[in-house]
Design a protein around this ligand. Structure first.
Ligand code: ADP
Ligand code: MG
Length: 562
């Protein structure tokens, strides 16, 4: 094909594809516009995962009638004027691309009124073309309605996940902006159900309570630190309150929500030695920097930014969090990273139960791969409360107790599920759990599926749920932790089938941890059970459960043979 300049419709779609990756990206752009317009109230509504409908209403400054059509032109913006402005951006938007991009892939209506006008203006666009225009009344502010997103962009429509997945992205997005702007009153309605509502009274702790529940909110510690370059503020969890993934890390730079591996690392560095492997803090951090200190123009959807002085910002965040943690009494455990926490002791109680179930469950037989088989091992002891040492016919074995138990639980859970014989344990005292809007969306999508694994979870009111029954294999483990980890796992993008994700997650969070002291009898039992698994040498994630040093290797190492 000869080279030619693309038609403007094609160009618009290509650009739109970058800005509007999925429905939540359109919601993001519209919320940012509302915030830039100085809104103190923002109401978001979505239907059908945002594909059917997205509606964002604000009480911001509005758009004058004379400029309304212009707002839908590519690179039309009221936020920057010339090149020098680009170096000190203080608004969330500046590219002038959002409205035209959304309009290029959907049907858009906008109704807006400025305080100085006596009547508002309304515009209706289809495929980026104006199809309706009139004067219409509205209180001050702007409402943008987006229908049939990606209808004119079937390639993208095909890649969207289920309605529930898209809803959960929208729920997460609105939650993040609510955390970034506690002084703005946000509301979110998903498929006509109220999902989130904040008061806009400026109290971050209240917003956290709304999103993550009151227990987390109460325990969060205040972060406040200013140095030469950056001002770091927000709330972060004490080491005793941790989560199994990084979904609970929120970073805002000059109030822009960013996904920053750098800031995540700085935070985790501050918690080093305070959290067990695989645990992550709950953190909501806002960093204020002079605008020249960052480049926000490196990503079409403005999700990433670049710091001029990365290492300095890294240090500021790390120290700000370290200072808070140092002031909390629990931080003394820094020198003893593996001290027994309440979470551990509850798991230790849970640890007793698998054995009983094992004894009266003769149906559970798994064919063994001969090469994988374990020889008979004699337990010698435990190292660092984490590894079991054992002797076999051919040398020394070091067994990772967590990985080994994970393998055992994983095999049992999968087998019970496959045979439709999941052992269920009813709870005499149901456990209540408060879910975030995103977790709630995931639960809605997976409730029946989780029931197959033995969970009975009932709606209790608002975003509270009652857990009435759990898989017996998880008896007395930390159920709240297990459920949150499970919902996070199910929401994640990995391609695993669901049952795999559930089994892995349950195994991982139900298994004894590194750092837990085991009696000789418990160690023997663990190894006995490990011998009966399909793949005793690897945990479900594929990491080794053990290291084997053969007699030959030992002799070589000690120079007995060459
Ligand atoms: P950008 O935000 O990068 O300027 P957009 O395409 O998102 O580009 O919006 C174009 C312009 O329309 C903005 O610069 C602003 O002047 C106006 N605008 C968009 N949404 C709103 C809103 N909710 N309230 C007031 N003005 C708005
Ligand atoms: Mg914008």
């Amino acid at each position: 094909m000869p080279i030619k300049v693309l038609e403007s419709e094609v160009v618009a779609k290509i650009a739109a594809g970058e800005v509007v990756e999925r429905p939540a990206s359109a919601v993001k752009e519209l919320i940012e516009n509302s915030l830039d317009a100085g809104a103190t109230q923002i109401a978001v509504e979505a239907q059908g995962g945002g594909v059917e409908l997205i509606k964002v209403s604000d009480n911001g400054e509005g758009i004058p009638a004379s400029e309304l059509e212009l707002a839908f032109h590519r690179y039309a913006t009221s936020k920057i004027g010339d090149l020098s402005d680009l170096e000190k951006i203080s608004s969330l938007g500046f590219r002038g691309e959002a409205l035209p991009s959304i309009a290029a892939v959907a049907e858009v209506e906008i109704l807006t009124q400025t305080p100085s006008e006596t009547i508002g203006s309304y515009l209706h666009l289809r495929k980026g073309e104006v199809v309706g225009k009139e004067s219409r009344a509205r209180p001050q502010g702007t409402t943008v309605t987006v229908r049939r997103l990606f209808r004119y962009f079937p390639a993208r429509l095909k890649f969207l996940k289920s309605v529930n997945t898209e809803n959960s992205h929208i729920a997460n997005l609105v939650s993040q902006y609510a955390l970034a702007f506690p002084e703005v009153k946000f509301s979110l309605v998903l498929d006509k159900r109220p999902s989130l509502r904040t008061t806009g009274n400026g109290d971050l702790r209240e917003v956290i309570s709304e999103i993550y529940g009151s227990e987390i909110a109460q325990r969060m510690l205040k972060v406040e630190r200013k140095d030469g370059l950056a001002e770091v503020g927000g709330l972060t969890s004490p080491p005793s309150l941790a989560r199994s993934n990084r979904n609970y890390l929120s970073f805002f730079v000059n109030r822009r929500w960013v996904r920053s591996p750098l800031l995540a690392r700085a935070t985790e560095e501050a918690y080093r030695g305070l959290l067990m492997d695989g645990q992550h803090p709950v953190t909501v951090i806002d960093i204020s920097l002079p605008a020249q200190e960052l480049d926000v123009n490196i990503h079409p959807a403005k999700a990433q930014i670049k710091f001029c002085h990365e290492q300095t910002v890294f240090g500021s965040v790390q120290r700000a969090i370290e200072e808070v943690l140092a002031r909390t009494p629990i931080a003394s455990s820094k020198t003893v990273p593996f001290s027994v926490s309440p979470a551990l002791s509850s798991l230790s109680a849970g640890w007793q139960s698998p054995r009983m179930i094992m004894d009266n469950e003769p149906t559970f037989v798994v064919a063994q791969l001969p090469t994988m088989e374990l020889p008979v091992l004699r337990v010698l002891g435990q190292i660092a409360n984490t590894y079991i040492t054992a002797e076999g016919p051919d040398g020394l074995y070091l067994i990772d107790q967590h990985a080994a138990h994970e393998r055992i639980l994983y095999d049992r859970i999968s087998a019970q599920w496959a045979q439709k014989e999941v052992e269920v344990q009813g709870l005499l005292q149901p456990i209540t759990i408060e879910l975030s809007p995103r977790e709630e969306e995931t639960l809605r999508a997976s409730k029946e599926f989780l029931a197959e694994f033995g969970f009975t979870i009932e709606h209790f009111g608002n975003r509270s749920y009652m857990i009435r029954a759990i898989p017996a294999l998880m008896a007395r483990a930390n159920i709240i932790e297990i459920i949150t980890a499970l919902l996070d796992n199910l929401a994640s993008k990995e391609p695993n089938p669901w049952e795999e994700k559930v089994a892995q997650s349950l195994a991982c969070h139900g298994a004894i941890r590194a750092g837990q002291q085991l009696s000789n009898e418990e160690m023997r039992e663990l190894i006995k059970q490990l011998e009966q698994t399909k793949q005793p040498r690897a945990c479900p994630h594929g990491r080794p459960t053990m290291i084997h040093l053969s007699s030959h290797q030992l002799e070589k190492e000690f120079g007995r043979i060459s």
